[in-house]
Write a protein that binds this ligand. Structure first.
Ligand code: F6R
Length: 233
């Protein structure tokens, strides 16, 4: 894996944007996007640039089950606020967390992904090593599916909600195999809290106990970390 150490999240966003810009110049047509705090500086760099995304198709990794598009905590809403209200894309897909048949929604999303292979996938990482919402012990062979969020993830994400009881307990997420099909992957992590999981990601065994460790097997991954996230390496 290629590791880029940066001063702070702003520099990380600029570095990730540089890779995306180069990929688009080289013909990339499909981006995989993440939500959470980490990619915010990347989206800011994209919004502040004059790069044209109108030929680009975007897929998001995951969406909470049970939140509507206009709920300010839904990932649909997050993407509008941080990127799509400023930049026009050709099309944007995100799982529908209100689908009546969630299994059918997951299968339909996976089919769409397979029809539009992802050129560059952006990832954050959970404190427990999740990528997307693929929690520890998710099969490396998993495709888009419905998942139960772990206590660690619910606790980490409660900062966005009024009460911990408001955090959804289920989500739809691209699977590990869906993520690993991407031609290129950029994983971003900032802050001291992420240092132990970054050490496991880069130096630990490849194991379904640490979903992100699967990235050691991918031929083209760039990990962008600030000094705090790199502090245990
Ligand atoms: C979000 C996602 C998650 C986050 C992870 C880190 O779409 O897939 O895996 O990337 O939970 O979240 P933050 O960036 O808030 O620390």
């Amino acid at each position: 894996m290629n590791i880029i150490k940066v001063k702070d999240p702003v520099a990380g966003g600029v570095a990730a944007f540089g890779i995306i810009k180069e990929a688009i110049a080289a013909g990339a047509k499909t981006l995989g996007l993440a939500t959470g705090s980490t990619p915010e500086t990347l989206y800011r760099a994209m919004v502040e640039s004059n790069l044209d995304f109108s030929n680009i198709t975007a897929f998001n990794l995951d969406e909470y089950v049970g939140l509507s598009k206009d709920n300010s905590q839904s990932y649909y809403y997050f993407m509008q606020e941080h990127l799509f209200k400023y930049k026009k894309f050709k099309q944007h897909f995100i799982e529908n967390g209100l689908a009546g048949d969630l299994e059918a929604e997951a299968a339909a999303y996976e089919a769409k992904l397979q029809a539009h292979p992802i050129d560059v996938q952006i990832l954050g990482i959970g404190l427990n090593g999740h990528i997307g919402f693929n929690e520890p012990k998710t099969s490396f062979a998993s495709l888009t599916h419905v998942t139960n969020l772990t206590e660690s993830t619910i606790n980490a994400n409660k900062r966005f909600f009024e009460r911990v009881e408001d955090v959804p307990t289920k989500a739809l997420t691209m699977g590990i195999q869906s993520i690993m099909r991407s031609k290129q992957i950029i994983l971003l992590a900032y802050g001291a809290a992420k240092a132990p999981i970054i050490k496991k990601l880069l130096e630990g065994p490849v194991s379904e106990d640490v979903p992100a460790s699967v990235l050691q097997k991918h031929p083209r991954v760039t990990v962008i970390i600030d000094e705090e996230a790199a502090s245990l390496l």
